[in-house]
Design a protein around this ligand. Sequence first.
Ligand SMILES: NC(=O)c1ccc[n+]([C@@H]2O[C@H](COP(=O)([O-])OP(=O)(O)OC[C@H]3O[C@@H](n4cnc5c(N)ncnc54)[C@H](OP(=O)(O)O)[C@@H]3O)[C@@H](O)[C@H]2O)c1
Length: 376
Amino acid sequence: MSKILLTGATGYVGGTTLDQLIKSTEPSLKSLTIDTLVRTDDQAQKLRDAYGARVNPIKWVGLEDTAFIVDTAANYDIIVNTGSGFIPAGALAFVDGLARRAKAGGPAPWLLHIAGCTNLADRPLTQEAYPLREWDDERDAGAIFDFMKEADALEPYAQRTTEVGVLEAAAASGVQAVSLNTPLIFGEGTGLFNRAGLVIPISMRYIVQHGYGFKLLDTANFDYVHVVDLADLYVLLVRAILERPNRGVGFIPTGREGVLFPAVARVLMTEIAQRCLDAVFSAGVLPRDGTPQEKEIRQASLQEIADELMFGLVDVAERGWAGHKAMKGTVARKLLNWKPTRLEEAWRQEFEDEFVALRDGRRGITLDACIGIRTT
Ligand SMILES: NC(=O)c1ccc[n+]([C@@H]2O[C@H](COP(=O)([O-])OP(=O)(O)OC[C@H]3O[C@@H](n4cnc5c(N)ncnc54)[C@H](OP(=O)(O)O)[C@@H]3O)[C@@H](O)[C@H]2O)c1
């Protein structure tokens, strides 16, 4: 039986992916035990309590412990690397471990990686803007990798360094690696720990706190995917490896061509702010004393947004909140029959749900704390 390891079980994507893998009734998956790397005993216990023998938590220090990762990875046939995609050395250590296994002559080992669409974004406020650029994972297979590699040589960006490095090292060492380069992820996760995405909760909180939304650039865009649809795609990839002849080798694109886009639809960043405003105004939380009485999206400066929302990381703020990163995902639908089901209606509903999650204290911050002293 194939040995599977998953990282990120305590996170939004990894937790949901683990949950979907375990809940799957497919014959190839339903009796599989999945090993997970976690950092605390409490996390391990919670996973065991929920999933019993289907999950085997293993304690680790984290992605910084590369020697441990190499030794551990060498024991697996499939690694689903859905934890942080921002630590190149840790991700490369998984490839090194799998390469050791490949050299030992076993079946071709697989790494299913996660990255994000900011790897493709321009920096339109400080460098040349490409507002009309759109990448297609079928038409531009190979070119996407080449673009990211070239861009990263000029200006390293940790998540991109990781994605390019993993695909390249894997191709050079007999490891099969494919990366889901992911757009904005929305929807409530189904894992046991973090169940929230990033962009919409951050936008919602900003609006509740300030009383208005912000924009950096009118044309800034994002594609989106629901977290469960994304997890379903990881499940399809694992199934293809377990079920197909030759374990999916030659079928699932890998290496230079192994960047897939799990993208469903595209919006402007201003639409996200507008939908958050609509949710907060219709809940009656805005307007309040001292805030604009009408829904407003104000121009903000890059530095202000980097400082307030992105830990001072100007480049990450620019790629995410100002950047153009349009992606068309074709390959997963054609090849794996991926059929995302949480589409526009789920997207619209998301803003009401996120407001309720914030109001009910499920986003690590209460509404009172969000609004601060201004209402008292
Ligand atoms: N969320 C999005 O909207 C989005 C969009 C595009 C791409 N992505 C990609 O998806 C990845 C996962 O995102 P997420 O939303 O699932 O994040 P998340 O909920 O914050 O989860 C992050 C996971 O990574 C683990 N982790 C973080 N730093 C680590 C370290 N140094 N060593 C070991 N484990 C570490 C965390 O484990 P602990 O609990 O032990 O800290 C947790 O399991 C991101 O890094 C990014 O590359 C996310």
